[in-house]
Design a protein around this ligand. Structure first.
Ligand code: UDX
Length: 480
């Protein structure tokens, strides 16, 4: 059955959702208040890098089933409206800013009465604090025929099309969690081709649906910070975190995914979502229950600090030193630099006086928009030329595949720090590189100093020297 669908908010989530709904055979109109974005999408230009999206967008436009607008009046005859608006972190706090969502609901409420009371489903996809759906429904459902449900989106950047068309599961939040709720059949009609592929759909109450999304992201962030906390222990004891992680991941109960140690998580979701989850728990009087998320955030932040400290330690100072940073995106296969660990490290090194060159296969335009004046070089070889230190901070395939022998010929001094634990230390060392990595031991086991009590070395501001441990001359902690 072909339905008339609108998608309000055509950022990452919304644009992919709109094109995917057209792919399923529906007639789709995407709306955004950003006219440039609307014009770009209407002209077939994806405003972001996402594998498979350009083709999907073009197919939708060519079929005549997909178009874009900035005018709410054009949404009046849609049967189903999806809300794909962003819920960024509040400028003055940790909570989620629901401003875009609320103003979209207000604009939608003005055009819905034109339906004359015909059943109209509004489906929230944004990540919101528990309680938001019930509150928004109270306003929206005053319009005759309008019904709200919450259907959180779990798509990953880089896999957005696949995650939308073949999701692990579909979560439907309705007021009482009742499977017979009229909203369920309406959304089933939208997703019929997906459900026919055997994807499980779970019906639950509004708050549970909201909490599934918040908890999923909190769990993933916690898993990453867990292994990064272990990486700190590895650095302190001389163990290799990739050994620990590989063995841990073989336990079915733990699983190997999201157990990659390194520079930690960034992006437009995990960092702000764990903070919003914590803020929401505090609002509900159970802040202690999620207090550990503060530590998850802190561990994540410390990896960035540690990388800057390692760079400084490796070069013996940063002022005027030529550093090439491989990667600007918050993860490979994306041009998104929101809260990118790589870009933050690059920016801190610049602030400390280093001459930083950043390269990335896709994210240099977005990086420059975020940090005007940043020195960017698109070609990897050019970017590496004359570097005194190379930092691998986003694990694009191209960087993982770098040949240590050929690369050594390009740089001024063969020194590299692997911030994602993806390179083979032995191969790089054999090619003459001074190779260091987050969570992995340095080549030569550091010698214990003669007089441990008086040992001092470079240490970042947030690293306390624990009793019974000392710093080696290179700053690596070793057992006393
Ligand atoms: C995330 C969730 O995965 C997705 O379900 C949700 O809808 C939106 O937020 P995304 O932001 O696209 O998706 O990125 P994700 O693949 O989850 O990676 C997040 C960050 O964690 C990246 O910076 C990545 O480099 C880092 N990461 C991931 C690690 O440091 N180690 C890992 O093992 C995995």
């Amino acid at each position: 059955m072909t339905l008339r669908i609108s998608v309000i908010g055509i950022g990452y989530l919304g644009a992919v959702h709109a094109a995917s709904m057209a792919e399923l055979g529906h007639e789709v109109i995407g709306l955004d208040v950003d006219r440039d974005r609307v014009a770009a999408l209407q002209a077939g230009h994806a405003p972001f890098h996402e594998p498979g999206f350009d083709e999907l967008l073009q197919r939708g436009l060519d079929s005549g089933r997909l178009r874009f607008t900035s005018d709410y009046a054009e949404l009046a005859d849609a049967d189903v409206h999806f809300l794909g608006l962003g819920t960024p972190q509040l400028a003055d706090g940790m909570g989620a800013d629901l401003g875009h969502l609320r103003s979209a609901i207000a604009s939608l409420t003005e055009v819905l009465p034109a339906r004359g009371g015909a059943p109209t489903l509004v489906v929230g996809k944004s990540t919101v604090p528990a309680g938001t759906s019930r509150e928004l429904a109270a306003t929206l459902e005053q319009v005759d025929g309008a019904r709200l449900m919450w259907n959180p989106e779990f798509l990953r950047e880089g896999f957005a099309v696949q995650d939308t068309l073949v999701p692990d599961r579909l979560v439907y939040g309705v007021p009482s969690g009742d499977e017979q709720d009229e909203r369920v059949a309406m959304l089933d009609a939208v997703y019929a081709p997906i459900l026919e592929r055997g994807v499980t759909r779970l019906v639950m109450g509004y708050e549970a649906a909201e909490l599934v999304k918040a908890s999923a992201n909190a769990f993933l962030a916690t898993k990453i910070s867990f292994i990064n906390a272990v990486a700190e222990m590895c650095e302190a004891t001389g163990a290799d975190v990739t050994d620990v992680s590989r063995a841990l991941g073989m336990d079915d109960r733990i699983g190997a995914k999201f157990l990659r140690a390194g520079l930690g998580f960034g992006g437009g979701c995990l960092p702000k979502d764990i903070r919003a989850f914590l803020a929401s728990a505090e609002d509900h009087g159970v802040g202690d229950a999620l207090g550990f998320l503060r530590e998850v955030d802190a561990v994540n932040g410390r990896r960035r600090t540690r990388m800057v400290a390692l760079a400084e330690e490796t070069l013996g100072g940063l002022e005027g030193r030529r550093i090439t940073v491989l990667g600007a995106a918050f993860k490979p296969d994306s041009d998104d630099v929101r809260d990118s660990p790589a870009l933050e490290v690059a920016s801190r090194l610049r602030a400390a006086g280093a001459r930083v060159t950043v390269t990335d296969p896709e994210a240099l335009r977005t990086a420059q928009r975020r940090i005007p004046g940043l020195c960017t070089v698109p070609d990897t070889q050019d970017a590496l030329r004359d570097a005194e230190l190379v930092l691998l901070l986003t694990e694009w395939r191209e960087y993982r595949d770098l040949d240590p022998v050929a690369t050594a010929d390009l740089v001024a001094s063969p020194r590299i720090i692997d911030g994602r634990a993806v390179l083979d230390p032995q191969a790089w060392r054999e090619a003459g590189w001074e190779f260091r990595a987050l969570g992995r031991p340095d080549s030569e086991a550091p010698e214990a100093p003669q007089n441990p009590g008086s040992s001092e070395g470079p240490v970042s501001s947030d690293e306390a020297i624990t009793p019974g441990r000392v710093l080696s001359p290179s700053g690596v902690r070793v057992p006393a």
